[in-house]
Design a protein around this ligand. Structure first.
Ligand code: FAD
Length: 517
């Protein structure tokens, strides 16, 4: 009998009895109402759902989540209020790169003589054609491609604005026509949208006033004669490169001491010099104090330290500021927590505080990059469909800027590595000494590697030069696999390539660069 008692107390129900003694009757009653996992699965199975997974938003995060979930066997609906492909395809990565590519072609043709290629007559460009024939064609083709992928994967594309009416139901509004859709699980992929800054003089202004956002820049009706670009991050630098290359007088303003303030300082400093050489008037440590209307645009008061300068331009391009698209979606009403910049996720599995809802990409207000959104979408789809707990590895997220020359980096900056307490060793190499760079006349820029001196672990790689946004992935893989300087130095790099500069920088960190004088 005594033995029986001991066995019973050690059993789960026995433990529950002991624990229950410490609980208040009201709490016990509340707990007893919570269904067991078996009960909830049963009641879910009896409920009618339109899909196993509803993805809200079809940007890079949303469409990757939708396709992977369908590949894993789930029935999937993707709701989109505007165009398939989201910001990235319609107003971000792709149209801006199409504009950059066109600007680069113009530059190459203008400088073809350096290679002995004779082009006679005036070299001109047709901006409306550039936008309609090239940029718009690329966007439309890619948009159609996503539609085809949805069809192939039997994903239902529902047009309209989604709003939660209860934790498993959304109402989708398309031009006033509403339909209700029930999902077993959800992925929030609503992304972000542009915001207008509260600068004195620019209140309640828009595209028609000559105050552009990035959405206006990728649909620009003309090349302004003079423009002020606010923000020296990736977006501001890329548009400065484009409009300067097309003939605008561009003033690029950045509040921090360097362009690209989130990247290794050497990158922003060098890009500042190269953009200046191209003709961009780069002003770092500078802010736009106020703007006043003029007959042809804006008189901008720019403050730089103790000095103030007045700059007259036709267009002000706001290259900073996006906000998560959470408004009107009814998230807080169903228990999804928000923070200042977007949807709060509970952990790196991308789950929110509601157990059947995940959030990915820009809407989480964390890293605002298309490739991160894609990867998060894939991880969230696995977790939602297969019940796994996959987590994102944020150690090796590449960051790329598509100016010419390009900028790319991954891992820790030199400053961050030092702050984290590493005994840091740095290796450098310049493209100018390599045959491929000389042959293509793409000699600007460098590679910088940051490593831990003790074990040689590669911590960060930072590059500026032609094609570096394609070259960075050697470093992404190396950092992901915790490679050492030695293992990279033992990897044969093809000759002649720009990637030889990576090998040389690694050799430099090891103290034996071949091409160092
Ligand atoms: P988004 O792409 O914003 O897509 C969200 C979608 O959800 C949208 O289509 C929206 O219409 C839809 N939606 C929102 N709310 C609802 C709702 N309630 N119901 C239905 N649909 C809804 N990143 C890079 O990695 N590389 C680059 O080169 C790059 N260049 C950029 C250039 C510019 C000019 C800009 C502005 C951004 C750039 N980015 C770049 C950032 C990149 O575009 C974003 O990080 C990326 O688009 C985020 O993807 P997402 O899927 O989270 O959201």
């Amino acid at each position: 009998m005594a033995n029986d008692q001991a066995t019973s107390d050690a059993s789960p129900s026995g433990l529950a009895t002991v624990a229950a003694e410490a609980l208040s009757p009201s709490l016990i009653a509340e707990i007893s109402r919570i269904p067991t996992p078996e009960e909830s699965t049963e009641s879910m199975a009896q409920e009618q759902f339109d899909a196993d997974l509803i993805v809200i938003g079809s940007g890079p995060g949303g469409y990757h989540a939708a396709i992977r979930a369908a590949q894993l066997g789930a029935s999937v609906i993707c709701v989109e209020r505007e165009y398939l492909g989201g910001t990235c395809l319609n107003w971000g990565c792709i149209p801006s790169k199409a504009m950059i590519a066109a600007t680069e072609r113009l530059h190459h043709v203008k400088h073809a003589g350096d290679f002995g290629v004779v082009i006679e007559g005036e070299i001109k460009f047709d901006f409306p054609k550039m936008m309609a024939k090239h940029k718009e064609k690329v966007v439309l083709a890619e948009r159609g491609g996503i539609g085809m992928l949805f069809k192939k994967n039997k994903i239902r594309h529902v047009e309209g604005f989604a709003k939660f009416t209860d934790p498993h139901t959304i109402s989708v509004d398309k031009d006033g026509n509403k339909q209700s859709l029930r999902g077993k699980k959800f992925v929030l992929a609503m992304g972000s949208s542009v915001i207008r800054l509260n600068i004195p003089g620019l209140e309640n202004t828009g595209r028609e006033d000559g105050v552009w956002t990035s959405d206006d820049a990728v649909t620009a009706p003309f090349v302004p004669e003079k423009m002020l670009v606010l923000g020296g991050g990736a977006v501001g630098c890329e548009f400065s490169f484009v409009f300067n290359g097309l003939g605008s007088e561009v003033h690029l303003l950045e509040m921090m001491p360097n362009l690209l303030p989130v990247m290794d300082t050497d990158l922003g400093t060098e890009l500042g010099k190269l953009l200046t050489r191209q003709g961009v008037k780069v002003k770092t440590g500078a802010s736009l104090e106020r703007a006043e209307r003029t007959a042809n645009g804006w008189k901008c008061t720019v403050k730089r330290g103790t000095e103030t300068e007045e700059i007259e331009v036709n267009v002000i391009l706001l290259g900073v500021g996006r906000k998560a698209a959470t408004e009107g979606v009814g998230l807080e009403e169903i228990g999804v927590k928000l923070h200042r910049r977007g949807v709060e996720i509970a952990d790196d599995t991308m789950i929110t505080h509601v157990p059947h809802i995940w959030a990915i990409g820009d809407v989480t207000g964390r890293i605002q990059l298309a490739h991160t959104a894609m990867h998060e979408g894939i991880v969230a789809a696995h977790n939602a469909v297969q019940g796994t707990q996959k987590r994102i590895n944020f150690k090796a997220v590449p960051n790329a800027v598509y100016t010419s020359p390009e900028v790319a980096s991954v891992g820790l900056t030199e400053g961050e590595a030092k702050e984290k307490g590493y005994d840091v060793v740095v290796g450098r190499s310049k493209f100018m000494i390599f045959g491929k760079a000389m042959a293509t006349k793409e000699t600007d820029g460098f590679v910088k590697v940051v490593a831990d001196r003790k074990y040689g672990e590669l911590l960060g790689v930072h590059m500026l030069g032609a094609h570096v946004t394609d070259m960075i992935h050697e470093a992404v893989v190396a950092i992901n696999l915790e490679a050492t300087l030695e293992s990279l130095a033992d990897s044969i790099h093809a000759h002649p390539t720009m990637s030889e500069a990576v090998l040389e920088a690694v050799e430099d960190a090891l103290g034996h660069a071949i091409h160092k004088l």
